[in-house]
Design a binder for this molecule. Structure first.
Ligand code: SME
Length: 157
C-alpha cells in the first residue's frame, strides 16, 4: 500500500473515481469495520480537505461517535435528531447546502456551513452514518452523493 494517498487532479468525479479504487484496495482483506471506517474517514477527508469527516454508529438505539478526522464532535445523537439522526430515521442521504436552514441541525462546530450524511445499510437496517461537514456553503451535490453512497456500500459488502 502506498505510504501516502495519491490525490487525483481533475474533476471531482476523477478524484472520487481514484479514491474509490484506493478505498477498495485498502479495505480488501480487512473485516474489522472500525478499522475500515477509520481509514475511509481519513482517505475522504484528506482527498477533499473537508472540515470534518467521520462515522456515527447505531449503538443501543442511539448514534455514537465513531472514527473521524477533524475537530472534536458531539458523541451521541438521538434517532431523528439533526442531519445525522434524520439520515438514520429516513435511511436516505441528506444533502444540506446551508446547515442554518436545516431544522434541528446539531452544530458541533460553528465553522460548519454545509453537510452531507449518508446512511450505511446492512441487512435492511441503518447500522451507521457517514457524516461530512464543509466550511463552505453548498459544497455537496449529486456527484458527492453518488460516490459516497458507493463508498459506504463497500464497507458493508
Ligand atoms: N451536524 C450533525 C452533527 C454531527 S457533527 O456535524 C460532526 C447533525 O446535525 O446531525
Amino acid at each position: 500500500m502506498a505510504e501516502h494517498l495519491e490525490i487525483a487532479s481533475g474533476t471531482k468525479d476523477d478524484k472520487y473515481s481514484l479514491l474509490y479504487r484506493q478505498i477498495e484496495s485498502v479495505i480488501e482483506g480487512e473485516n474489522d469495520i472500525i478499522a475500515n471506517m477509520a481509514n475511509v474517514a481519513s482517505m475522504i477527508h484528506f482527498t477533499f480537505d473537508f472540515w470534518w469527516t467521520g462515522f456515527y454508529r447505531v449503538v443501543e438505539g442511539e448514534l455514537h461517535l465513531g472514527p473521524f478526522q477533524g475537530p472534536l464532535a458531539c458523541t451521541r445523537i438521538k434517532h431523528g435528531r439533526g442531519v445525522c439522526g434524520t439520515a438514520w430515521a429516513t435511511a436516505t442521504t441528506q444533502v444540506v447546502p446551508d446547515v442554518d436552514k436545516f431544522p434541528g441541525h446539531i452544530a458541533c462546530s460553528s465553522a460548519s456551513r454545509s453537510e452531507i450524511v449518508v446512511p450505511m445499510i446492512s441487512g435492511g437496517e441503518v447500522v451507521a452514518v457517514l457524516d461530512i461537514d464543509s466550511q463552505y456553503l453548498a459544497t455537496f451535490d449529486h456527484t458527492d452523493q453518488t460516490w459516497l453512497e458507493r463508498i459506504v456500500a463497500l464497507l458493508t459488502r
